[in-house]
Design a protein around this ligand. Structure first.
Ligand code: NAD
Ligand code: MG
Length: 416
């Protein structure tokens, strides 16, 4: 269930106070994961209580084993999972003498999502988060969704699972969280359109020629938000807004042509909903992910966050611009993939992950990222049109094939 229905929730089970819910954090060492833990730590110290406030069931990481050990020793989850199996011994040694179970590998990650926690943060980056998040959804709990790639890769199947298992899906991505907060869930037909805001990233005013030589260091330096490397590069190419367009189309009951994108460099208005009577409702705040994370963590209540407050008297101008799809072709490509339907977005997402990885490793240039993604989507058209997407295995298979294809195409772009 995406649309909040407090009564149904209370019919189903006694409503727990948010702080009593047990918590699983997938991707706990990342930007979203550490911000989630920061809020939990503050709630604990504010409460004068320790591990019984937001008790933690699962923490997971890909390869930052030292950070995971540190987190697990501090927050005492039932299990800590390191996805990279070669780091298992280090995790196990690090947890010696504690009652925290150590586990490793993809299967352990999927199984950890089946553990009985009441609230899950989907904070893994990329399609790697799809299966664990789906397992959490299938338990019918509350899922805070940061991992937008889940929806881009497998949106129809994912949302069908949310519905079938009566899960509560709370968008954490700041734009979608903003829309969720101002969307008339009782009367969705009163909505005319969604307006997704985009900062425009670090190269908003740069010409294509100026963007040609940019380095990973320049691309990850986002002007407003502090985030993981992959989403920072996505923001610089504006693929992030393309992914978010597709995410919004799955999350909210609107069609593709009812989703507008507007560049708003100050990142104060996080997104808006336009109503049939001409009203526009916006959610605003300083650019701090702890605000949307706190919304999801405490839902349906609200909790304190240390985020800076908006200071209207000293606020700079709020400006809005039409996005430039010539300089930022990812926006056009993502909309075309959404319109095409089928597995086009699955292929686009996988190819983007591969190309961003090559860019971060300095194998390809910045502008090559979207060229590689577009070429992959083109050459795999028959496959993405014909692959049935009702089974997760088919989607994972299509994602893997797209990664292989994108790797092959990337080698033609390799920098000398
Ligand atoms: P990050 O790179 O900082 O952290 C990613 C986390 O996922 C880490 O804990 C890492 O260990 C884990 N991980 C990475 N690859 C994995 C794999 N293959 N298998 C298992 N675990 C893996 O990323 P982030 O910025 O925290 O972003 C996480 C997700 O949230 C992304 O989907 C991103 O688009 C979304 N998001 C992030 C922000 C933000 O401000 N950081 C805002 C909106 C949405
Ligand atoms: Mg966002």
């Amino acid at each position: 269930m995406l649309i909040a229905d407090h009564e149904t929730t209370s019919d189903k089970s006694p409503v727990l106070s948010a702080a009593d819910r047990s918590i699983s954090i997938f991707g706990s060492t990342g930007s979203i994961g550490t911000s989630t833990l920061d809020l939990i730590e503050r709630a604990r110290s504010g409460n004068g209580r320790d591990h019984d406030v937001y008790p933690i069931e699962v923490l997971t990481a890909q390869s930052r084993v030292k950070e995971l050990v540190e987190q697990a020793r501090k927050y005492r989850p039932s299990v800590a999972v390191i996805a990279d199996e070669s780091l298992y011994a280090e995790l196990k040694d690090g947890l010696a003498g504690t009652d925290v179970e150590a586990a490793c590998g993809r299967q352990a990650l999927k199984e950890a999502a089946c553990r009985p926690s009441q609230w899950t943060m989907a904070g893994i980056v990329g399609a790697a988060g799809l299966e664990p998040t789906l397992n959490a959804v299938r338990r019918g709990g509350v899922v805070g969704l940061a991992n937008k790639e889940c929806l881009v890769c497998a949106g129809d199947l994912f949302m069908a699972a949310v519905e079938a298992h009566d899960a509560t899906l709370l968008p954490v991505d700041s734009e979608h969280n903003a829309i969720y907060q101002v969307f008339d869930q009782v009367n969705p037909k009163s909505v005319e359109s969604l307006i997704l805001t985009a900062s425009g990233g670090p190269f908003r005013t740069w010409s294509t020629d100026e963007m040609q030589p940019v380095t990973p260091e320049q691309a990850v330096a986002h002007p407003n938000w502090s985030m993981g490397a992959k989403i920072s590069v996505d923001s610089a190419t504006m693929m992030n807004k393309g992914l978010e367009l597709i995410e919004a189309a799955h999350l909210f009951p609107v069609s593709e042509d009812q989703i507008e994108i507007i560049v708003h460099p100050q990142s104060v208005v996080h997104s808006m909903v336009r109503y049939r009577d001409g009203s526009v409702l916006a959610q605003m705040g300083t650019p701090d992910m702890r605000i949307p994370i706190a919304y999801a963590l405490a839902w349906p209540d609200r909790i304190e966050t240390p985020a800076d407050r908006l200071d209207f008297e000293n606020l700079d101008q709020l400006t809005f611009e039409t996005p430039d799809t010539i300089r930022f072709p990812a926006l056009r490509l993502a909309r075309e993939c959404l319109q095409a339907g089928g597995g086009a977005a699955t292929v686009m997402n996988a190819a983007n992950e591969v190309a961003v990885g090559h860019f971060l490793n300095k194998n390809i240039g910045f502008l090559d990222i979207v060229r590689i993604v577009e070429r992959t989507v083109e050459v795999m058209q028959t496959e993405w049109e014909e692959t049935p997407l009702s089974e997760i295995e088919n989607i994972i298979d299509l994602d893997l094939k797209a990664r292989g294809e994108a790797n092959g195409i990337s080698s033609q772009f390799k920098q000398k």
